[in-house]
Write a protein that binds this ligand. Structure first.
Ligand SMILES: Nc1ncnc2c1ncn2[C@@H]1O[C@H](COP(=O)(O)OP(=O)(O)OP(=O)(O)O)[C@@H](O)[C@H]1O
Length: 259
């Protein structure tokens, strides 16, 4: 492991075993490090194992081989340093936004005035000033996803795992969330692993784009995105951006045997 790594995924493999004893190895030899504060996009064909990888890094899915370490502590020992955001915000409709954001702290018995003030700060940070006492049904899809992001950030995680977080949003809201998430990430100061089906989103947001491919899934490319921050729409029309998108596409295509 690199001494500066916040997250170390060390030769991880995942094999599922069905009830009748059949095995399905989904990931094999997945090996990469994430430095503190890095934004890493993960792309790959449907079924390549992206969600399985995020679940394994979060500790929800035990690794069959290898190990995941967060700040040098094995994930298997239980680590509080992770926040997760899914495609659907999954907010509890009977709780207002503030209470939804505070849920993880409530579970741990850590809800107090300081936590409430921080949760309000987060809601302000994502542009939901004045919406703390509103309910999810009063919000747009993009606003609900912002509440889910606040809930994931309220424990000050080292690592934010995002699985297709903007996949259910319309194109314009997705665009604005892509811009917003850069600002939120920089303010929160955490590392991010961001799974997406959109190659341009992956390149636009990432410091790196990790491509998962093959059967079983493994890392077939790890591409550095050397575009300046904060990225604006103009970057998407630059030749450098187009080259990077082409490079990522070529790796996804090669692994699928379609290029
Ligand atoms: N709990 C499980 N038990 C058995 N097989 C599973 C389980 N979870 C995932 N799989 C299998 O692992 C493979 C990878 O699934 P995964 O959801 O990780 O892929 P993905 O790259 O995230 O796909 P998508 O892009 O479609 O969301 C699939 O073949 C899936 O059927």
């Amino acid at each position: 492991m690199n001494t500066h790594s916040a997250i170390s995924v060390d030769n991880v493999g995942v094999t599922f075993r069905s009830r009748d004893g059949e095995t399905n190895t989904v990931l094999s030899g997945v090996d990469f490090d994430v430095e503190h504060g890095q934004f890493v996009s993960i792309v790959g064909q449907s079924g390549s194992g992206k969600t399985t990888l995020l679940k394994t890094i979060s500790g929800l899915q035990p690794a069959t081989d290898g190990e995941v370490r967060i700040k040098d502590k094995p994930i298997a020992e239980g680590v509080d340093e992770i926040g997760m955001v899914f495609q659907s915000p999954v907010l509890l409709p009977w709780r207002n936004n503030l209470d939804n954001v505070l849920l993880p702290l409530e579970f741990r018995g850590n809800r107090d005035r300081t936590a409430e003030a921080y949760a309000r700060e987060l809601l302000d940070m994502v542009g939901l000033e004045g919406k703390a006492k509103r309910y999810s049904y009063e919000l747009s899809g993009g606003m609900q996803q912002r509440v889910a992001i606040c809930r994931a950030l309220v424990s000050n995680p080292e690592l934010l795992l995002m699985d297709e977080p903007f996949g259910a949003l319309d194109a314009m809201t997705r665009d604005s969330m892509n811009f917003e998430i850069q600002r939120i990430w920089r303010q929160a100061g955490c590392s991010v692993l961001f799974v997406t089906h959109s190659i341009s989103e992956a390149v636009w947001l990432g410091d790196r784009v990790v491509v998962i491919g093959g059967r079983p899934g493994r890392i077939v490319a790890d591409i550095t995105v050397d575009l300046p921050r904060l990225r604006t729409k103009e970057h998407r029309y630059s030749p450098e951006f187009a080259d990077l998108v082409g490079e990522v596409e070529s790796h996804i295509g090669v692994t699928a045997g379609i290029s």
